[in-house]
Ligand binder design. Structure first.
Ligand code: GTQ
Length: 340
């Protein structure tokens, strides 16, 4: 038991009599709250997730090896997961967010499926990648963002004339499992037949825009008038119908740090996973300094103080990230404060 000598906190001495009592409780599927109260009601969030940086130059050879070892068909989705050492049992990269790097060769495809989890992909490299979302075929280029929102049918592939493609998947799989609300279905056909999707009277709980091209998003980021002392210039990927987040549980943004720009530190509830879209720099997360460059991926656990900086004196740095803030806000759990 984690004892605390503070009024209002549990502070009970073990005695032989109490220990016998605890065993009797356990036998009836009962327990004494005061043995766990200080742990299950922490003063502030105590994430099991730790800050992690996955350097692309270290993970790339392992990602490239996957297609040599397992077919896209047998794997169903051939993905190398990024697993937070503190969240292995949840297959989470941070908090209740999952991320992985998917690799596909020209002519390969995944069969069509849908799930309760909301998903997005940030393309890392290659030519000829496409995703079909609810019948709509979207051609993808590096740094494009594509959504496969909760409940939409999707299959992905690479045109026969394309090149090997790599992208980052981001999903809320651990959140759906934590809420015991996950579902998965395979489509009756292996691949969807492309069909136009009507967007009239759009009332779905996610953006009717499924693809956010890099060129347009980057232009909008450079023109962004939203500048945060904690994030730099920000471009929020948004649902044009509501002005709100792209999906009910997952949000995404780009942030631009000018040459040598350094942000102030803050912390907030909610987790985020970053990918370096451009440039090089550093982030200090929970007191640990991480040096990053293009295609590196890093995890920000909830409530960890963090700040970012651009190391270059001449080039912009751009970070793509996705987060669970929409879920946190929907549940009125979002909090934020400046830190040192
Ligand atoms: O493509 O829908 O990385 O369902 C993990 C689970 C990708 C997907 C992942 C998935 C997908």
């Amino acid at each position: 038991m984690k004892r605390e000598s503070v009024i209002g906190r549990a502070n009970v001495d073990d005695t032989p009599e109490l220990e016998a009592y605890y065993r009797a409780l356990e036998g009836e599927a009962l327990g004494a709250l005061w043995n766990v109260a200080n742990e299950i009601e922490p003063w502030y969030p105590q994430p099991k997730s730790v800050p992690v940086l996955w350097k692309w130059r270290r993970i790339e050879p392992l990602v490239r090896r996957a297609p040599e070892l397992v077919s896209a068909e047998k794997a169903a989705r051939r993905v190398v997961m990024l697993v937070n050492p503190g969240r292995k049992e949840w297959s989470a990269a941070a908090g209740l967010l999952y991320t992985g790097v998917q690799i596909m060769n020209p002519g390969e495809f995944t069969s069509a499926h849908r799930h309760q989890a909301s998903a997005l992909r940030f393309i890392m490299e290659g030519r000829g990648a496409y995703t079909v979302v609810d019948g709509e075929r979207l051609a993808l280029c590096p740094r494009d963002l594509v959504l496969t929102p909760n409940g939409t049918w999707h299959d992905h592939g690479i045109d026969a004339g394309g090149t090997q493609c790599v992208w980052q998947d981001g999903l809320d799989i651990p959140m759906m499992n934590a809420l015991d609300a996950n579902f998965f279905e395979v489509h009756p056909d292996v691949l969807q037949k492309p069909a136009p999707l009507s967007r009239e009277n759009w009332s779905k709980p996610y953006s009717p825009v499924f693809k956010y091209s890099w060129d347009e998003s980057y232009e909008a980021l450079k023109k962004s008038t939203t500048h945060s002392v904690f994030d730099g210039a920000v471009y929020q990927y948004s649902n044009p119908v509501t002005g709100g987040p792209i999906m009910p549980t997952i949000g995404a943004q780009l942030q631009l740090l000018k040459p040598k720009e350094q942000t102030k530190a803050h912390r907030h509830t909610g987790s985020a996973i970053y990918q370096v879209a451009k440039g090089r720099g550093w982030s200090v997360i929970g007191g640990q300094r991480f040096e990053w460059e293009e295609k590196d991926i890093f995890a920000l656990p909830s409530w960890a103080p963090h700040s970012h900086g651009n190391s270059s004196a001449s080039e912009d740095a751009v970070l793509f990230s996705f987060n669970d803030f929409p879920a946190m806000r929907a549940l009125a759990l979002y909090r934020e404060e400046e830190t040192k």
